[in-house]
Write a protein that binds this ligand. Sequence first.
Ligand SMILES: [Ca+2]
Ligand SMILES: [Ca+2]
Length: 517
Amino acid sequence: MNGPSLLRTAALLGAGLLGAGLLSAGATSATDRPNIIFFATDDLNDWVGPLKSPIRAKTPNLDRLAARGVTFQNAQACGSFCAPARSALFTGRHPATTGAYTTQVYFRDHPELRPLQVALQQGGYQTFGTGKLFHHPAGYVDLRGWTEFHTRTAAQRQSGWPVDSWRQGAPLPTPVPFSAFTRQMRADADKTFLEYAPLPNAVEKDMADTQQTAWAIDVLQRAHPSPFFLALGLYAPHFPNYAPQKYFDLYPLDEIKLPPLKDGDTDDLPPAIKKFYDHRKATIHDKLDELGLMKEVLRAYLASISYADAMLGRVLDTLEASPERDNTIIIFWSDQGYHHGEKGQWGKHTLWERTANIPFIWAGPGIARQASVNATVSSIDLYPTLVELCGLAPDAGLEGQSLAATLRQPALAQDRNVLLCDINAGSYAIVNSQWRFIHYADGTEELYDVVKDPNEWDNLAPLEQYRAVRDELRQSAPRQFVPPGPETKNLRLVTEGESFHWVARAAAPKKKAKSTP
Ligand SMILES: [Ca+2]
Ligand SMILES: [Ca+2]
C-alpha cells in the first residue's frame, strides 16, 4: 500500500467506514482506486506533437505526457461540436440515444441518466471540476455530483454558470474584435469566430484558463484521503485565439504552412452537401484568402495550442511533485477537431476527419508507456474505461467500449467501427482505420479510403465496386435515432441563488379568430 492509500485507509477507519463494509465490494477497494485528472481542451485538432499530423504545434508538455502513456492516433470525437460531444462524453451515450444532437440539455431531458461525475462520486471519489467541461453558455453545467465546482466569479454562479472565458474581467486586446476578418463580418455574425490577437505576456495570469488551472493545481496540492477526480476544462484553443505574445513568437509567419486543398474537391459530394459547403467556403475561406489572413489565423491557433500545453505543463509539474504522483491517471482530451482550410472549411460541424480526429492520451499507473495505438477508438469510450479502471458500478446503457485492456497492452488493440453522430438526426459517420463512411439523413452518402486518401478528396460512394463496403459499414449505424430533445429556444432558464433549472416556455396564446360580422 502506498503513502496516499495508507492515509486514506486511516481516514476511513477514523470515519468508521471500513467496518460498515463500504470497501468490501470488488477487487478494487476505494483506497486502491487511482486518482483521475481529466484535462479537457476545446476545438483542439490533431496538430499536436504526439500525433502523426503534417502540421504540429509546439507541445513539449503533451509530448512529455505521451512519453509516459498511450497515444491514440485514431481517436474520434462523439459529436461534431462542443455541446453534443460533451453531452455524449458525460452520459456515455451517443446523440442518437439521448436526442442531444445539438444544444439540448441532457440532464433536463434525461434526469435518469447517471453522468460520469456522479458515477465517480458514488464510487467513493471526491470530484472537482472547473472551466469548460460542458457546453459554455449559461444553463449547461450539470451541477450534480461535484464535491466542488469552481467558477472564477460569484456572478457566474448567480447567472446559470456560464464559462465566460473572455468576459467577467478577462483581459482583452484593443480593439475588439482585433482581426480584420472578424471586423468585416456581418453585424449579426458571431464576432469571435476566427478572431485572434496576441496579448501582453504579463496578462497570462489573468486569463480564465490560467486561473482555472491555478485552482486545479491548488486542489492537487491538498491532502487527499479519498481518491479524486479532477476535471479541468480549458477553453483554448477555441476562438477567440487570444494568447500571450510569447506563444505567437513560437511561430514566425513565414514558416506557417497552409494545409493542402484540392481544386474542385466538392464536385463529387452529394448536391445538397456540395451546395452547403461551397457556400461556407465562399463566405469564410475565400474571404480570408482575399484578406491574406490565413497564415495569421493559423498562427494564432498554434499559439493557443502552445498556451494550452503550458497549462498542462503546470499540472504535470504539480503532479510530479505530489505524493499522488504514482497513483494518478491523466487523460488528455479534446471535444472535437477543427478545419483550417482543409476541404475549403474553417470550423467544425462536419463529418470529415478534420472535425473528428482528436488528441486522446492516457498515462498513469497500469498504463503502458511510450505507446501509440492506431486502432480506432472513440471518446465515447472514456466513461466505460473509467468504470473499469476505477471500479465503478456498471451502467448497462453505456455505448462505448472499455479501453482498459488496450491501455495495459497496446499491442493487443483491435480496430473497430465507431460512430460519429451529426447535428441532424439520421446523419452520421462510421469510421475505422481504413474507411470513413458518411450517411446523410436524405439517403446520400460519402465513402473515403483514408489509408490511400488521408485528405478525403475522392468520394468513392458513387462507385459500384464499393457497394459492399458501404453496405457493411452501414450495418454499424444505430438501429434508431431518437427525435431531438427540446430546443433551448423553447425553454427558459430560471436561476435561483447559485442554482438554475430549465422550464418549458409557455406556449404563445393562440390568436383569437376574427369574429365574423
Ligand atoms: Ca469544441
Ligand atoms: Ca472530393
